[in-house]
Write a protein that binds this ligand. Structure first.
Ligand code: COA
Length: 169
């Protein structure tokens, strides 16, 4: 088999409710590891998202359009099935996840273990969030925005405008 011609496809999955600069930093770094990166927006998660899946996809599409990414094709797709099934459907061989603090570890460890049991051919690759984004989370951003705080350092102006639209209604 000619390995040189084989394109590496990876998935960066998440709820992205909303996408943050921390996610964007992981996406930019992941784009250097794969030829095609699928940004998988989970339609329904246990989290009961604040934004609809269409709004979350729109924010991801808009934000990644401004990233300085070279040599990686990026595609935004929603999914409503098991992550591992979605990986198979899209020919992805790796799942990329960002790790922030130690507190992320247990959940990620379990999810990786379950996914590996379901499909051992798909690897999960972790990228450590840089110190600047260690404490950022979508939930805190929503709370700060709702209570009138400034979230401009954590999300792009586009996402900030979407958070403001919701506050205004
Ligand atoms: N910088 C800043 N924040 C980050 C970050 C980074 N690099 N990486 C993650 N986060 C934050 C997010 O803001 C989010 O914060 P919140 O919990 O306050 O909302 C949190 O970390 C994780 O969110 P996200 O990255 O969007 O992923 P998720 O954990 O919501 O995604 C799925 C979970 C979608 C991957 C998982 O539920 C899934 O696979 N679902 C499909 C069903 C399935 O296969 N189930 C079986 C699993 S074994």
């Amino acid at each position: 088999m000619n390995h040189k011609s084989k394109k590496i496809v990876g998935i960066y999955p998440g709820t992205f409710d909303p996408i943050t600069k921390g996610h964007l930093h992981i996406i930019e770094r992941a784009s250097k590891l794969v030829d095609r990166l699928i940004l998988g927006v989970a339609k329904n998660t246990r989290k009961e998202p604040f934004f609809t899946w269409q709004e979350r996809m729109d924010m991801v599409e808009t934000d990644i359009g401004n990233l300085p990414v070279k040599h990686c094709e990026m595609v935004v797709k929603s999914f409503d099935n098991l992550l591992i099934q979605f990986a198979k459907e899209t020919n992805a061989t790796c799942i990329i996840r960002g790790l922030r603090a130690v507190s992320d570890f247990e959940y990620e460890f379990q999810m990786t273990g379950m996914n590996a049991r379901l499909e051992p051919e798909v690897e999960t690759v972790f990228l450590m969030a840089s110190d600047k984004w260690q404490f950022v989370s979508s939930s805190f951003i929503k709370e700060i925005s709702r209570m009138g705080g400034d979230v401009g350092q954590f999300v792009t102006p586009y996402v900030e405008s979407k958070l403001n639209d919701i506050k205004a209604t």
